[in-house]
Design a binder for this molecule. Sequence first.
Ligand code: 5AD
Ligand code: SF4
Length: 515
Amino acid sequence: MNEEQRLNSSQVKEINPQNKEGKDYSQYFQSVYVPPNLKEAKKRGKEQVEYQHDFGIEPEFANMGIGRKFYIRTYGCQMNEHDTEVMAGIFMGLGYEPTNTVAEANVVLLNTCAIRENAENKVFGELGHLKLLKRNNPDVLIGVCGCMSQEESVVNKILKTYDQVDMIFGTHNIHRLPNILHEAYLSKEMVIEVWSKEGDVIENLPKVRRGEIKAWVNIMYGCDKFCTYCIVPYTRGKERSRRPQDIIQEVRHLAAQGYKEITLLGQNVNAYGKDLDDSSYRLGNLMDDLRLIDIERIRFTTSHPRDFDDHLISVLAKRGNLVEHVHLPVQSGSTSMLKLMARKYSREQYLELVQKIKYAIPNVALTTDIIVGFPNETEEQFEETMSLYREVGFEMAYTYIYSPRDGTPAAKMEDNVPMEVKKDRLQRLNNLVNQFALEAMERYNGEVVEVLVEGESKKNPDVLAGYTRTSKLVNFVGPKDIIGKRVLIKINQTKTWSLYGELIEVLSGQEVGVI
Ligand code: 5AD
Ligand code: SF4
Protein backbone atom coordinates (compact mmCIF):
# COMPACT_ATOMS: atom_id res chain seq x y z
CA MET A 1 0.00 0.00 0.00
CA ASN A 2 1.40 3.40 -0.85
CA GLU A 3 1.24 6.45 1.38
CA GLU A 4 -1.74 7.97 -0.43
CA GLN A 5 -3.88 4.82 -0.23
CA ARG A 6 -2.99 4.46 3.42
CA LEU A 7 -4.09 7.97 4.25
CA ASN A 8 -7.23 7.72 2.16
CA SER A 9 -8.41 4.58 3.89
CA SER A 10 -7.99 5.97 7.35
CA GLN A 11 -8.66 8.83 9.62
CA VAL A 12 -5.48 10.75 10.29
CA LYS A 13 -4.69 12.55 13.49
CA GLU A 14 -1.46 14.30 14.24
CA ILE A 15 -0.02 13.37 17.57
CA ASN A 16 1.40 15.90 19.95
CA PRO A 17 4.17 17.56 17.92
CA GLN A 18 5.90 18.82 21.04
CA ASN A 19 8.65 16.86 22.67
CA LYS A 20 9.15 16.76 26.41
CA GLU A 21 11.18 19.98 26.41
CA GLY A 22 8.51 21.75 24.41
CA LYS A 23 10.54 21.82 21.18
CA ASP A 24 8.58 21.55 17.92
CA TYR A 25 9.21 18.26 16.17
CA SER A 26 6.19 18.42 13.89
CA GLN A 27 8.18 17.51 10.79
CA TYR A 28 8.53 14.01 12.23
CA PHE A 29 4.84 13.49 12.80
CA GLN A 30 2.54 13.02 9.90
CA SER A 31 -0.34 10.58 9.93
CA VAL A 32 0.44 8.80 13.16
CA TYR A 33 -3.03 7.82 14.36
CA VAL A 34 -4.42 5.51 11.70
CA PRO A 35 -7.05 3.38 13.41
CA PRO A 36 -7.52 -0.18 12.12
CA ASN A 37 -10.87 -1.02 10.61
CA LEU A 38 -12.19 -4.55 10.06
CA LYS A 39 -14.67 -3.58 7.34
CA GLU A 40 -11.91 -1.88 5.38
CA ALA A 41 -9.66 -4.87 5.94
CA LYS A 42 -12.17 -7.24 4.36
CA LYS A 43 -12.11 -5.35 1.07
CA ARG A 44 -9.39 -6.84 -1.06
CA GLY A 45 -7.83 -4.19 -3.29
CA LYS A 46 -6.56 -4.88 -6.77
CA GLU A 47 -3.37 -2.89 -6.23
CA GLN A 48 -0.15 -4.61 -7.17
CA VAL A 49 1.83 -5.80 -4.20
CA GLU A 50 4.99 -3.75 -3.94
CA TYR A 51 8.23 -5.65 -3.43
CA GLN A 52 10.66 -3.50 -1.51
CA HIS A 53 14.26 -4.59 -1.43
CA ASP A 54 15.74 -1.52 0.11
CA PHE A 55 15.24 -2.02 3.84
CA GLY A 56 18.05 -0.39 5.74
CA ILE A 57 18.54 1.52 8.97
CA GLU A 58 18.54 5.25 8.25
CA PRO A 59 21.74 6.98 9.46
CA GLU A 60 19.78 9.29 11.78
CA PHE A 61 18.55 6.22 13.73
CA ALA A 62 21.82 4.27 13.68
CA ASN A 63 22.80 4.89 17.33
CA MET A 64 19.31 5.03 18.82
CA GLY A 65 19.80 1.86 20.86
CA ILE A 66 23.34 2.35 22.13
CA GLY A 67 23.29 1.70 25.89
CA ARG A 68 19.68 0.45 25.74
CA LYS A 69 18.15 -3.02 26.00
CA PHE A 70 15.03 -4.55 24.44
CA TYR A 71 12.72 -7.36 25.55
CA ILE A 72 10.07 -8.94 23.30
CA ARG A 73 7.39 -11.31 24.60
CA THR A 74 5.81 -13.38 21.84
CA TYR A 75 2.31 -14.86 21.90
CA GLY A 76 0.71 -17.17 19.33
CA CYS A 77 1.88 -18.86 16.17
CA GLN A 78 5.19 -19.44 14.41
CA MET A 79 4.52 -16.45 12.16
CA ASN A 80 4.63 -14.27 15.27
CA GLU A 81 7.77 -16.03 16.52
CA HIS A 82 9.38 -15.24 13.21
CA ASP A 83 8.20 -11.61 13.26
CA THR A 84 9.89 -11.36 16.65
CA GLU A 85 13.14 -12.57 15.07
CA VAL A 86 12.80 -9.76 12.51
CA MET A 87 12.09 -7.13 15.18
CA ALA A 88 15.07 -8.40 17.20
CA GLY A 89 17.16 -7.98 14.04
CA ILE A 90 15.97 -4.38 13.66
CA PHE A 91 16.65 -3.63 17.35
CA MET A 92 20.19 -5.01 17.03
CA GLY A 93 20.68 -2.96 13.84
CA LEU A 94 19.79 0.11 15.90
CA GLY A 95 22.42 -0.77 18.51
CA TYR A 96 20.10 -2.18 21.22
CA GLU A 97 21.13 -5.24 23.22
CA PRO A 98 18.70 -8.07 24.01
CA THR A 99 17.69 -8.94 27.57
CA ASN A 100 15.64 -11.80 29.01
CA THR A 101 14.48 -9.73 31.96
CA VAL A 102 11.65 -7.22 31.71
CA ALA A 103 13.07 -5.23 34.64
CA GLU A 104 16.34 -4.65 32.75
CA ALA A 105 14.70 -3.55 29.51
CA ASN A 106 14.46 -0.01 28.16
CA VAL A 107 11.90 -1.14 25.57
CA VAL A 108 9.32 -3.88 26.21
CA LEU A 109 7.29 -5.18 23.25
CA LEU A 110 4.33 -7.54 23.41
CA ASN A 111 3.97 -9.31 20.06
CA THR A 112 0.34 -10.34 20.38
CA CYS A 113 -2.07 -13.00 19.07
CA ALA A 114 -5.76 -12.41 18.35
CA ILE A 115 -6.86 -15.90 17.33
CA ARG A 116 -8.89 -16.64 20.48
CA GLU A 117 -10.17 -14.62 23.39
CA ASN A 118 -7.91 -16.29 25.97
CA ALA A 119 -4.83 -15.28 23.91
CA GLU A 120 -6.00 -11.68 24.11
CA ASN A 121 -6.77 -11.90 27.83
CA LYS A 122 -3.20 -12.99 28.54
CA VAL A 123 -1.93 -9.83 26.85
CA PHE A 124 -4.29 -7.55 28.78
CA GLY A 125 -3.16 -9.30 31.98
CA GLU A 126 0.49 -8.67 31.10
CA LEU A 127 -0.24 -5.03 30.29
CA GLY A 128 -1.68 -4.75 33.79
CA HIS A 129 1.64 -5.99 35.26
CA LEU A 130 3.60 -3.58 33.09
CA LYS A 131 1.77 -0.63 34.65
CA LEU A 132 3.87 -1.13 37.75
CA LEU A 133 7.07 -1.28 35.70
CA LYS A 134 6.17 1.99 34.03
CA ARG A 135 5.37 3.59 37.37
CA ASN A 136 8.79 2.61 38.76
CA ASN A 137 10.60 3.50 35.57
CA PRO A 138 8.73 6.11 33.50
CA ASP A 139 11.48 6.12 30.84
CA VAL A 140 10.82 2.53 29.77
CA LEU A 141 8.94 2.32 26.43
CA ILE A 142 6.09 -0.19 26.29
CA GLY A 143 4.78 -1.32 22.90
CA VAL A 144 2.01 -3.56 21.61
CA CYS A 145 2.35 -5.10 18.15
CA GLY A 146 1.17 -8.24 16.32
CA CYS A 147 -2.38 -9.28 15.45
CA MET A 148 -4.22 -7.61 18.33
CA SER A 149 -2.97 -4.21 17.17
CA GLN A 150 -4.88 -4.70 13.93
CA GLU A 151 -8.22 -4.79 15.80
CA GLU A 152 -10.02 -1.50 16.27
CA SER A 153 -11.63 -2.65 19.50
CA VAL A 154 -8.24 -3.51 21.01
CA VAL A 155 -6.65 -0.22 20.00
CA ASN A 156 -9.61 1.67 21.47
CA LYS A 157 -9.43 -0.35 24.70
CA ILE A 158 -5.71 0.32 25.07
CA LEU A 159 -6.21 4.02 24.37
CA LYS A 160 -8.92 4.16 27.02
CA THR A 161 -7.54 1.92 29.73
CA TYR A 162 -3.83 1.24 29.34
CA ASP A 163 -2.05 4.58 29.33
CA GLN A 164 1.21 2.84 30.27
CA VAL A 165 1.46 1.84 26.58
CA ASP A 166 3.71 4.17 24.54
CA MET A 167 3.29 2.66 21.09
CA ILE A 168 1.00 0.37 19.10
CA PHE A 169 1.95 -0.82 15.64
CA GLY A 170 0.44 -3.35 13.28
CA THR A 171 1.58 -6.45 11.42
CA HIS A 172 2.24 -4.41 8.23
CA ASN A 173 4.37 -1.86 10.08
CA ILE A 174 7.19 -4.00 11.48
CA HIS A 175 9.75 -2.52 9.07
CA ARG A 176 8.80 0.92 10.43
CA LEU A 177 10.01 0.02 13.93
CA PRO A 178 12.94 2.52 13.85
CA ASN A 179 10.60 5.41 12.98
CA ILE A 180 8.01 4.30 15.54
CA LEU A 181 10.61 4.10 18.32
CA HIS A 182 11.98 7.48 17.30
CA GLU A 183 8.53 9.02 17.51
CA ALA A 184 7.82 7.32 20.84
CA TYR A 185 10.99 8.79 22.37
CA LEU A 186 9.99 12.27 21.29
CA SER A 187 6.28 12.13 22.05
CA LYS A 188 4.32 12.33 25.28
CA GLU A 189 1.33 10.62 23.69
CA MET A 190 0.76 7.09 22.53
CA VAL A 191 2.21 6.53 19.05
CA ILE A 192 -0.14 4.43 16.92
CA GLU A 193 0.74 3.21 13.47
CA VAL A 194 -1.50 0.48 12.10
CA TRP A 195 -1.94 0.19 8.35
CA SER A 196 -5.33 -1.37 8.08
CA LYS A 197 -5.09 -3.56 4.99
CA GLU A 198 -3.15 -5.23 2.22
CA GLY A 199 0.55 -4.81 2.94
CA ASP A 200 3.64 -5.05 0.79
CA VAL A 201 6.45 -7.57 0.75
CA ILE A 202 9.61 -6.19 2.31
CA GLU A 203 12.77 -8.14 1.57
CA ASN A 204 16.20 -7.89 3.23
CA LEU A 205 14.77 -7.45 6.71
CA PRO A 206 17.41 -8.21 9.34
CA LYS A 207 16.75 -11.26 11.55
CA VAL A 208 18.15 -12.58 14.76
CA ARG A 209 17.14 -16.23 14.60
CA ARG A 210 16.45 -18.00 17.87
CA GLY A 211 18.17 -21.25 16.99
CA GLU A 212 21.18 -22.37 15.01
CA ILE A 213 19.74 -25.67 13.77
CA LYS A 214 16.19 -24.87 12.66
CA ALA A 215 15.00 -21.72 10.87
CA TRP A 216 11.70 -20.31 9.72
CA VAL A 217 11.30 -18.81 6.26
CA ASN A 218 8.18 -16.88 5.28
CA ILE A 219 6.95 -17.81 1.83
CA MET A 220 3.76 -15.79 1.89
CA TYR A 221 1.85 -13.36 4.04
CA GLY A 222 -1.85 -12.90 4.71
CA CYS A 223 -4.90 -15.03 3.96
CA ASP A 224 -7.84 -14.63 1.55
CA LYS A 225 -9.85 -17.64 2.74
CA PHE A 226 -12.07 -15.80 5.25
CA CYS A 227 -13.17 -18.88 7.19
CA THR A 228 -16.15 -17.47 9.08
CA TYR A 229 -14.64 -17.91 12.57
CA CYS A 230 -11.17 -16.56 11.81
CA ILE A 231 -9.67 -13.14 12.47
CA VAL A 232 -6.43 -13.78 10.54
CA PRO A 233 -7.51 -12.46 7.10
CA TYR A 234 -8.35 -9.17 8.83
CA THR A 235 -5.21 -8.93 10.95
CA ARG A 236 -2.70 -10.15 8.35
CA GLY A 237 -4.12 -8.69 5.13
CA LYS A 238 -4.43 -10.18 1.69
CA GLU A 239 -2.37 -13.08 0.36
CA ARG A 240 1.02 -11.92 -0.86
CA SER A 241 3.60 -14.45 -2.01
CA ARG A 242 7.31 -13.77 -1.79
CA ARG A 243 9.02 -14.29 -5.11
CA PRO A 244 10.57 -17.74 -5.61
CA GLN A 245 14.06 -16.35 -6.21
CA ASP A 246 13.99 -14.48 -2.88
CA ILE A 247 12.87 -17.58 -0.97
CA ILE A 248 15.39 -19.86 -2.69
CA GLN A 249 18.18 -17.40 -1.96
CA GLU A 250 17.21 -17.19 1.71
CA VAL A 251 17.14 -20.99 2.07
CA ARG A 252 20.52 -21.27 0.29
CA HIS A 253 21.99 -18.71 2.69
CA LEU A 254 20.63 -20.59 5.68
CA ALA A 255 22.08 -23.86 4.37
CA ALA A 256 25.45 -22.16 3.89
CA GLN A 257 25.27 -20.85 7.46
CA GLY A 258 24.84 -24.42 8.72
CA TYR A 259 21.11 -24.56 9.42
CA LYS A 260 19.76 -28.11 9.12
CA GLU A 261 15.99 -27.70 8.98
CA ILE A 262 13.76 -25.11 7.36
CA THR A 263 10.06 -24.59 8.05
CA LEU A 264 8.32 -22.62 5.33
CA LEU A 265 5.69 -20.37 6.84
CA GLY A 266 2.42 -18.93 5.66
CA GLN A 267 -1.16 -18.73 6.96
CA ASN A 268 -2.24 -20.78 3.96
CA VAL A 269 0.91 -22.00 2.21
CA ASN A 270 -1.04 -23.96 -0.37
CA ALA A 271 -2.19 -20.70 -1.93
CA TYR A 272 1.47 -19.86 -2.56
CA GLY A 273 2.01 -18.33 -5.99
CA LYS A 274 -1.63 -17.60 -6.87
CA ASP A 275 -0.90 -13.88 -6.77
CA LEU A 276 2.41 -14.01 -8.63
CA ASP A 277 2.83 -12.87 -12.25
CA ASP A 278 3.79 -16.38 -13.35
CA SER A 279 0.50 -17.85 -12.18
CA SER A 280 1.54 -21.46 -12.80
CA TYR A 281 4.34 -21.47 -10.17
CA ARG A 282 2.88 -22.93 -6.96
CA LEU A 283 3.98 -24.57 -3.73
CA GLY A 284 4.75 -27.84 -5.57
CA ASN A 285 7.18 -26.01 -7.87
CA LEU A 286 8.76 -24.21 -4.94
CA MET A 287 9.25 -27.45 -2.99
CA ASP A 288 10.67 -29.11 -6.09
CA ASP A 289 13.23 -26.30 -6.41
CA LEU A 290 14.03 -26.16 -2.68
CA ARG A 291 14.59 -29.91 -2.35
CA LEU A 292 17.69 -29.54 -4.54
CA ILE A 293 19.33 -27.31 -1.94
CA ASP A 294 21.81 -29.10 0.32
CA ILE A 295 19.89 -28.85 3.57
CA GLU A 296 18.72 -31.82 5.63
CA ARG A 297 15.01 -31.15 6.13
CA ILE A 298 12.28 -28.93 4.73
CA ARG A 299 8.77 -28.63 6.20
CA PHE A 300 5.88 -26.25 5.69
CA THR A 301 2.95 -25.00 7.69
CA THR A 302 0.01 -24.38 7.55
CA SER A 303 -1.91 -26.10 4.79
CA HIS A 304 -5.43 -25.54 3.63
CA PRO A 305 -6.99 -28.69 2.13
CA ARG A 306 -8.68 -26.71 -0.61
CA ASP A 307 -5.47 -25.75 -2.42
CA PHE A 308 -3.46 -28.93 -1.74
CA ASP A 309 -2.90 -30.03 -5.34
CA ASP A 310 -1.74 -33.28 -6.97
CA HIS A 311 1.51 -31.76 -8.16
CA LEU A 312 2.49 -30.88 -4.59
CA ILE A 313 1.68 -34.44 -3.49
CA SER A 314 3.84 -35.89 -6.27
CA VAL A 315 6.74 -33.60 -5.28
CA LEU A 316 6.44 -34.52 -1.59
CA ALA A 317 6.51 -38.18 -2.63
CA LYS A 318 10.08 -37.63 -3.84
CA ARG A 319 11.03 -37.34 -0.14
CA GLY A 320 14.78 -36.67 0.16
CA ASN A 321 14.88 -33.59 2.36
CA LEU A 322 11.09 -33.11 2.09
CA VAL A 323 9.76 -34.73 5.26
CA GLU A 324 6.76 -37.07 5.46
CA HIS A 325 4.69 -34.96 7.85
CA VAL A 326 1.66 -33.01 6.68
CA HIS A 327 -0.25 -30.75 9.05
CA LEU A 328 -3.66 -30.45 7.42
CA PRO A 329 -6.24 -28.56 9.50
CA VAL A 330 -9.69 -30.08 9.03
CA GLN A 331 -11.60 -28.04 11.69
CA SER A 332 -14.68 -30.33 11.57
CA GLY A 333 -15.71 -33.72 10.21
CA SER A 334 -19.22 -32.58 9.33
CA THR A 335 -19.91 -31.27 5.82
CA SER A 336 -22.71 -28.99 7.04
CA MET A 337 -20.42 -27.49 9.74
CA LEU A 338 -17.63 -27.05 7.18
CA LYS A 339 -20.10 -25.15 5.01
CA LEU A 340 -20.99 -22.81 7.87
CA MET A 341 -17.29 -22.35 8.52
CA ALA A 342 -16.81 -21.51 4.79
CA ARG A 343 -13.99 -24.04 4.54
CA LYS A 344 -14.98 -24.79 0.92
CA TYR A 345 -14.54 -28.57 1.09
CA SER A 346 -16.72 -31.44 2.28
CA ARG A 347 -15.90 -34.32 4.61
CA GLU A 348 -15.69 -36.60 1.55
CA GLN A 349 -13.31 -34.26 -0.30
CA TYR A 350 -11.06 -34.06 2.76
CA LEU A 351 -10.99 -37.86 3.08
CA GLU A 352 -10.25 -38.21 -0.63
CA LEU A 353 -7.28 -35.84 -0.27
CA VAL A 354 -6.02 -37.82 2.72
CA GLN A 355 -6.25 -41.04 0.69
CA LYS A 356 -4.19 -39.47 -2.11
CA ILE A 357 -1.52 -38.26 0.32
CA LYS A 358 -1.34 -41.62 2.10
CA TYR A 359 -1.11 -43.50 -1.19
CA ALA A 360 1.69 -41.27 -2.53
CA ILE A 361 3.62 -41.03 0.78
CA PRO A 362 3.34 -44.27 2.77
CA ASN A 363 4.19 -43.71 6.48
CA VAL A 364 3.14 -40.06 6.22
CA ALA A 365 2.25 -38.55 9.61
CA LEU A 366 -0.95 -36.53 9.42
CA THR A 367 -1.80 -33.97 12.08
CA THR A 368 -4.61 -31.44 12.22
CA ASP A 369 -6.46 -28.55 13.90
CA ILE A 370 -10.04 -28.96 15.11
CA ILE A 371 -12.59 -26.51 16.49
CA VAL A 372 -15.39 -27.86 18.69
CA GLY A 373 -18.51 -26.00 19.74
CA PHE A 374 -18.89 -23.87 16.61
CA PRO A 375 -22.30 -22.11 16.82
CA ASN A 376 -25.15 -24.63 16.94
CA GLU A 377 -22.92 -27.68 16.48
CA THR A 378 -25.10 -30.72 17.21
CA GLU A 379 -24.02 -33.91 18.96
CA GLU A 380 -24.28 -35.73 15.59
CA GLN A 381 -22.07 -33.17 13.88
CA PHE A 382 -19.52 -33.46 16.68
CA GLU A 383 -19.62 -37.26 16.37
CA GLU A 384 -18.80 -36.83 12.66
CA THR A 385 -15.61 -35.05 13.74
CA MET A 386 -14.78 -37.94 16.07
CA SER A 387 -15.41 -40.52 13.33
CA LEU A 388 -13.33 -38.57 10.80
CA TYR A 389 -10.49 -38.45 13.32
CA ARG A 390 -10.60 -42.25 13.66
CA GLU A 391 -10.91 -42.76 9.92
CA VAL A 392 -7.87 -40.61 9.09
CA GLY A 393 -5.89 -41.87 12.10
CA PHE A 394 -4.30 -38.50 12.89
CA GLU A 395 -1.16 -38.71 15.00
CA MET A 396 -1.72 -35.40 16.79
CA ALA A 397 -4.17 -32.50 16.80
CA TYR A 398 -4.43 -28.99 18.16
CA THR A 399 -7.96 -28.76 19.50
CA TYR A 400 -9.87 -25.63 20.42
CA ILE A 401 -13.23 -24.51 21.71
CA TYR A 402 -14.68 -22.00 19.26
CA SER A 403 -14.02 -18.44 20.39
CA PRO A 404 -16.13 -15.65 18.81
CA ARG A 405 -13.96 -12.95 17.21
CA ASP A 406 -15.40 -9.48 16.82
CA GLY A 407 -16.06 -8.56 13.19
CA THR A 408 -16.07 -12.14 11.82
CA PRO A 409 -19.29 -13.58 10.32
CA ALA A 410 -19.47 -16.42 12.89
CA ALA A 411 -19.47 -13.93 15.77
CA LYS A 412 -22.88 -12.75 14.55
CA MET A 413 -24.37 -16.27 14.51
CA GLU A 414 -26.67 -17.22 17.35
CA ASP A 415 -25.33 -20.11 19.36
CA ASN A 416 -27.43 -22.62 21.29
CA VAL A 417 -24.54 -24.77 22.57
CA PRO A 418 -23.87 -24.27 26.30
CA MET A 419 -20.23 -23.89 27.38
CA GLU A 420 -20.43 -27.10 29.50
CA VAL A 421 -21.33 -29.06 26.36
CA LYS A 422 -18.44 -27.48 24.44
CA LYS A 423 -16.02 -28.33 27.24
CA ASP A 424 -17.30 -31.89 27.39
CA ARG A 425 -16.81 -32.29 23.62
CA LEU A 426 -13.29 -30.91 23.85
CA GLN A 427 -12.54 -33.42 26.62
CA ARG A 428 -13.90 -36.34 24.60
CA LEU A 429 -11.97 -35.25 21.54
CA ASN A 430 -8.76 -34.81 23.55
CA ASN A 431 -9.14 -38.33 24.97
CA LEU A 432 -9.30 -39.62 21.40
CA VAL A 433 -6.33 -37.48 20.36
CA ASN A 434 -4.25 -38.88 23.26
CA GLN A 435 -5.28 -42.45 22.48
CA PHE A 436 -4.29 -42.09 18.81
CA ALA A 437 -1.06 -40.28 19.70
CA LEU A 438 -0.02 -43.13 21.99
CA GLU A 439 -0.92 -45.74 19.36
CA ALA A 440 1.14 -43.85 16.76
CA MET A 441 4.10 -43.78 19.16
CA GLU A 442 3.78 -47.49 19.96
CA ARG A 443 4.24 -48.28 16.28
CA TYR A 444 7.81 -46.95 16.61
CA ASN A 445 8.75 -49.45 19.30
CA GLY A 446 11.77 -51.44 18.13
CA GLU A 447 12.13 -49.26 14.97
CA VAL A 448 15.20 -47.27 13.97
CA VAL A 449 14.40 -43.59 13.32
CA GLU A 450 16.34 -40.61 12.03
CA VAL A 451 16.59 -37.82 14.61
CA LEU A 452 17.92 -34.31 14.17
CA VAL A 453 19.60 -33.63 17.51
CA GLU A 454 18.57 -30.24 18.84
CA GLY A 455 20.20 -30.12 22.27
CA GLU A 456 19.86 -31.22 25.86
CA SER A 457 16.45 -32.40 27.02
CA LYS A 458 14.57 -29.66 28.89
CA LYS A 459 13.90 -32.06 31.76
CA ASN A 460 17.34 -33.67 32.07
CA PRO A 461 20.62 -32.15 30.83
CA ASP A 462 22.25 -35.61 30.71
CA VAL A 463 19.80 -36.63 27.99
CA LEU A 464 19.77 -35.34 24.40
CA ALA A 465 16.58 -34.50 22.51
CA GLY A 466 15.61 -34.12 18.88
CA TYR A 467 12.80 -34.74 16.44
CA THR A 468 12.07 -37.37 13.79
CA ARG A 469 11.12 -36.36 10.25
CA THR A 470 7.52 -36.96 11.38
CA SER A 471 7.96 -34.43 14.26
CA LYS A 472 8.12 -36.92 17.15
CA LEU A 473 10.22 -35.92 20.15
CA VAL A 474 12.97 -38.45 20.85
CA ASN A 475 15.17 -38.55 23.97
CA PHE A 476 18.37 -40.58 24.21
CA VAL A 477 21.79 -40.55 25.84
CA GLY A 478 24.73 -39.44 23.70
CA PRO A 479 27.75 -37.15 23.52
CA LYS A 480 27.08 -33.39 23.31
CA ASP A 481 29.17 -32.98 20.15
CA ILE A 482 26.41 -34.59 18.07
CA ILE A 483 24.07 -31.65 18.70
CA GLY A 484 23.08 -30.33 15.27
CA LYS A 485 23.69 -33.69 13.57
CA ARG A 486 21.30 -36.33 12.32
CA VAL A 487 21.54 -39.66 14.07
CA LEU A 488 19.84 -43.06 13.97
CA ILE A 489 18.09 -44.06 17.19
CA LYS A 490 16.58 -47.43 18.04
CA ILE A 491 13.35 -46.81 19.94
CA ASN A 492 12.85 -48.90 23.07
CA GLN A 493 10.29 -46.92 25.10
CA THR A 494 7.18 -45.00 24.04
CA LYS A 495 4.99 -42.41 25.75
CA THR A 496 2.07 -40.35 24.38
CA TRP A 497 4.21 -37.34 23.43
CA SER A 498 7.79 -38.68 23.41
CA LEU A 499 9.96 -41.63 22.46
CA TYR A 500 13.09 -42.96 24.15
CA GLY A 501 15.87 -44.89 22.47
CA GLU A 502 19.47 -45.80 22.01
CA LEU A 503 22.02 -44.15 19.73
CA ILE A 504 22.94 -46.43 16.83
CA GLU A 505 24.80 -44.22 14.37
CA VAL A 506 25.73 -40.61 13.61
CA LEU A 507 24.86 -39.84 9.98
CA SER A 508 27.46 -38.18 7.80
CA GLY A 509 25.12 -35.83 5.93
CA GLN A 510 24.93 -37.77 2.68
CA GLU A 511 22.03 -40.08 3.51
CA VAL A 512 18.73 -38.25 3.22
CA GLY A 513 15.19 -39.51 3.49
CA VAL A 514 15.51 -42.11 6.26
CA ILE A 515 12.41 -42.28 8.43
N1 5AD B 1 -11.89 -20.03 17.72
C1 5AD B 1 -11.23 -21.19 17.99
N2 5AD B 1 -10.23 -21.65 17.25
C2 5AD B 1 -9.85 -20.91 16.19
N3 5AD B 1 -8.89 -21.10 15.27
C3 5AD B 1 -8.90 -20.08 14.40
N4 5AD B 1 -9.86 -19.20 14.75
C4 5AD B 1 -10.46 -19.71 15.86
C5 5AD B 1 -11.53 -19.27 16.67
N5 5AD B 1 -12.20 -18.13 16.42
C6 5AD B 1 -8.03 -22.30 15.25
C7 5AD B 1 -8.18 -23.08 13.93
C8 5AD B 1 -6.90 -22.76 13.22
C9 5AD B 1 -5.94 -22.60 14.38
C10 5AD B 1 -4.68 -21.88 14.06
O1 5AD B 1 -6.68 -21.89 15.34
O2 5AD B 1 -8.26 -24.45 14.25
O3 5AD B 1 -6.50 -23.78 12.34
FE1 SF4 C 1 -7.93 -18.45 9.25
FE2 SF4 C 1 -6.52 -20.49 8.19
FE3 SF4 C 1 -9.08 -20.05 7.40
FE4 SF4 C 1 -7.09 -18.32 6.67
S1 SF4 C 1 -7.33 -20.51 6.07
S2 SF4 C 1 -9.14 -17.79 7.44
S3 SF4 C 1 -5.79 -18.36 8.52
S4 SF4 C 1 -8.36 -20.67 9.46
